[in-house]
Design a binder for this molecule. Sequence first.
Ligand code: RAM
Length: 886
Amino acid sequence: MPASAFIRIGLAIALLGAGTAVLKSAEPPSGPQPPVALRCEYLENPMGIDMPHPRFFWILEHSERGQRQTAYQVLVSTNPDAGSGDMWDSGKVSSPQSTQVAYAGKPLANGRTYFWKVKYWDKDGLESAWSKVASFDTGLFERRDWKAQWIRSRNLLRKEFELPGKIARARVYLSGLGYSELYLNGHKIGAAVLDPAWTTYDKRVLYVTHDVTRFLRQGPNAAAVMLGHGWYKSRALLLQLRVELEDGRAVEVLSDGSWKTADGPVLSASVYNGETYDARLEESGWALPGFDDGGWAKAEEFAGPAGVLSAQLMPPIRVMDTIVPLAMTNPRPGVYIFDMGQNFAGWARLRVRGPRGPAVKLRFAELLYDDGTLNVENLRGARAEDIYILKGEGEEVWEPRFTYHGFRYLELTGFPGVPTADTIRGRVVRTAVPQVGSFACSKPILNRLQRNIVWGQSSNLHSIPTDCCQRDERMGWMGDAQGTAEEAIYNFDMAAFYTNFLRDIRDVQDDKGTITDTVPHFWGSRPADPAWGTAYPLIAWYMYRYYGDRRVLEEHYDGIRKYVEFLRSKAEGGLLKYSYYGDWVAVEKCPGAIVSSFYYYYDVKVMADMARVLGKTGDAAACDKLAAEIKTAFHKEYFNPKTGDYADGTQTANTLALFLDLAPEEARGRAWGRLFDDIVYKHDSHLTTGIIGTKYLMELLTRSGTSDLAYDIATKTDYPSWGYMIENGATTLWELWQKREGPSMNSHNHPMFGSVGSWLYKALGGIALSEEAAGFEKILVHPQMVRDLNYAAASTRTVRGDLACSWHRTDKSVRVEVVIPVGSEAEVLIPKFNLLDVAIAESGTPIWKGDAYLPGRPGIGEVKKIQGGYTITVGSGRYVFELSGN
Ligand code: RAM
């Protein structure tokens, strides 16, 4: 759709998204409102920015429809009101850019707080008021800025220090590996748990930054740290505390050999096996000044992990929710089972009263046996067992620190007395990325599916995208990560998370360009299976497509190119055949070679697109040429002219050939027919695909005009289908389509089949990116009103603001309500079904009647009749379209 199609008409005022109650009680503000949702590097008031040119993002609000920014001004300052712009005054910049605006002021200093604000000019040149002030804190830019020493320790570390004056400002920078908790004068600092994020420690180590001004005081102070092994498998700390006093002096407290260390109450802690905590070993006051640590050992200085120190610029892992158990049963004497009603990642909080000494044991599992006891068979080697030894001092409330479990059921044994429902609370733990999407519709099984997807996805956001959260695995399997990325982007704000994960991927890349099946690399192979390695180009590309993030492409272009070069070195005759997993966990598995060749083509194509975005025309042309060669080779190798199938004619094989148009025009119809017949006639509208085929099949069906069939597949309740999992009690998604509960590979919380989530949003909810622009600047609202579905609503928060579509249809009418962010443009498609004498109104005013467009409604560009319905082009704002007829 050409941009010129968006002709803005009228200046009448409509209130964006606000309820009528607001309209009645107050005069609506008119014109451009101050920008909202100020972000720096995708985060609200981030701490520890360690790049010279951080980027700013803001969301525009305007009382009129069809509005956009034509200019902006950003001020960055050392003053809390950001008024002076002493660091950067961008001046009035003529530009529609409201995301990814890079800082271009004076060099930023280490460890400072900067304040910023922004205003904008709308399409008519009207100026908004200034936004609220936001801030960002810089971290330590260079290794030499770290004066602290890495120290090795037991579980506890402490250090006392004097502050000789009143405190004006204090910041702490620390990396406590594997995981750490920091206390200042007995206060736990920050709400993060399992911090910092897991990285390839000999390549990159993350540190966190906290504002600790209010936890310190003039006189004696104490810093105390608890460390757990985590994925680092050892304990180490690097900590630098900088305190600025009111009188202008500064005091630095650094980790070094003068810190004291002791074992503490955590007897053991492992991610898979759980934590054992002996409360009798707690030493009260150990985190406070004045504690006698005479019996403690000295910490040992050492070189520390080899990785570059880098700020953790993504939300940390946190306790996100607390779950009250649904039921408690007592299947055997002394054995209590709690049903949390939901499979999730986290742990339990225990509340207990009893004498000193008993060990209360908590075990976690996804399943129960028929007799109501815990079934831990599918956890394989993960013991998933927490033990708490009572100190016997009244009510004791405890939760572990350095482990997590994936579970729905919990077994409690060794409990002194009889537990009650209040003994246990579930604690939901995951990386705290905000949930930004919602989807609901008139088909209950799909609402259940959406719920399971969100629970499954969020259980597997643990600083990296994990495959599962319960057994002895929990790895950053890249196939799972790439398959679920679009779903995750619709449901959660993934920008900062994937920015970090792409660096994780870069960290495992070797000189030959190879990457690994899991990132960080623990399991699987190097080089990665091509369907797993594709996570590198594809997630980078999604970052660009969904968030408009060009810098990610710049940062990873060389790495991706090296990766694609590597693939090319392995290819023969235009085909890449090596494969380990192929279409993993398919019902009918296709040959791995066709999957690898598909991704070879995909990666080269995506690299061509990246090269075009970055203006590397030579590379783009070379990749286009290579892609054309692969395409020819692919068809030649895999097309069977006798049957019309690709490869063995599995759903996945034909889907892959069609999804990226690898099938030439003349073969397309036949392959499509074969695929359709296989689904409908051979499998009674069931899919037989694994994690690869599933990702593309649903979208292909919609693109081919058969959303009805995709819907049939999505709403099946017998094997194999999502509904089958749900009918069998799943509250997340299974790893396998099959129902298995034994000792085999069968996690009940694996996000990968949740890839269908992006189809729910795009197809049924009708909110999708247009091919024409990145970052939701152009939007396609094409809701698929299929079969018996008569209502759907989807929304997501884009980098440019809220995007939503909800629709409802009856025999005689179709109603579509859309919300488009300021600065974006959308094409809304409304089907007319069999209605005759169609009329369309927008918020009650006719815009189409007697087969003609009635112009005049603000924000509406044009209305066009197409086959089967109408397209309406709109600018920003909220619209309610109602199509009616006979
Ligand atoms: C399993 C993982 C994952 C998959 C790999 C190939 O062990 O759980 O889901 O990507 O195998």
